[in-house]
Design a protein around this ligand. Structure first.
Ligand code: HEC
Length: 165
């Protein structure tokens, strides 16, 4: 009888020990869960409403582009060197085929387009170049519909750098 009781007690203490371990584990899990909830609560912040002040994460304030452009409109991009650097690959993708890499119309396109590095264009105001790119010119210069206004101003800044010195 006594042996039986001892045996029973032993198995109970093993069981009890496991129960304790299980509790500790559950408690740890709960702590982790709470931690996750606390750190993700930021993501649950309400989306900004219309009229809330806009906090920009970019260091440079975006330049407001004019909605109406005339020949006299100056390039609104204030950092022309940066704009031209962005305009270069756009020029290579969209213009070189007809105007040539230097703007000297050295491409195969016929009729030969006017040169961009000499002649009228270096003297043309920014707005005129912008409008030619945006709307196209004559029968053979197509409107550059893939380019956004900002990209067109960037290409315009780049075209300015082509002028022969
Ligand atoms: C399919 C060929 C073609 C492509 C592509 C093209 N052009 Fe032209 N471009 C022309 C032709 C042809 C003219 C002359 C149009 C006319 O006066 O009838 C012209 C005219 C111009 C003019 C005016 C020149 C002047 O004397 O007033 C500018 C500026 C110009 N292009 C810039 C660009 C830029 C920048 C791009 C790229 C975004 C571009 N073009 C893409 C063919 C092209």
């Amino acid at each position: 009888m006594r042996k039986k009781l001892e045996l029973w007690f032993e198995s109970w203490s093993v069981y009890y020990e496991r129960l304790r371990v299980a509790h500790v584990l559950m408690f740890a899990l709960l702590l982790i869960l709470l931690g996750c909830l606390a750190c993700s609560s930021k993501a649950n912040e309400p989306a900004p409403k219309l009229g809330d002040p806009v906090v920009s994460t970019t260091p440079v304030a975006p330049v407001a582009l004019p909605t109406e452009v005339t020949k006299e409109t100056k390039n609104p991009l204030t950092d022309l060197a940066a704009a031209s650097a962005k305009g270069k690959p756009l020029f290579e993708q969209n213009c070189v085929f007809c105007h040539g890499a230097t703007g000297a119309s050295e491409g195969a396109f016929e009729p030969k387009p006017p040169t961009l590095n000499a002649g009228d264009v270096p003297q043309d105001p920014d707005g005129e170049i912008f409008l030619t790119i945006k709307n196209g010119k004559g029968k053979s210069m197509p409107a550059q519909k893939r380019l956004t206004d900002e990209q067109i101003w960037q290409v315009t800044a780049y075209v300015r750098t082509l002028a022969k010195k």
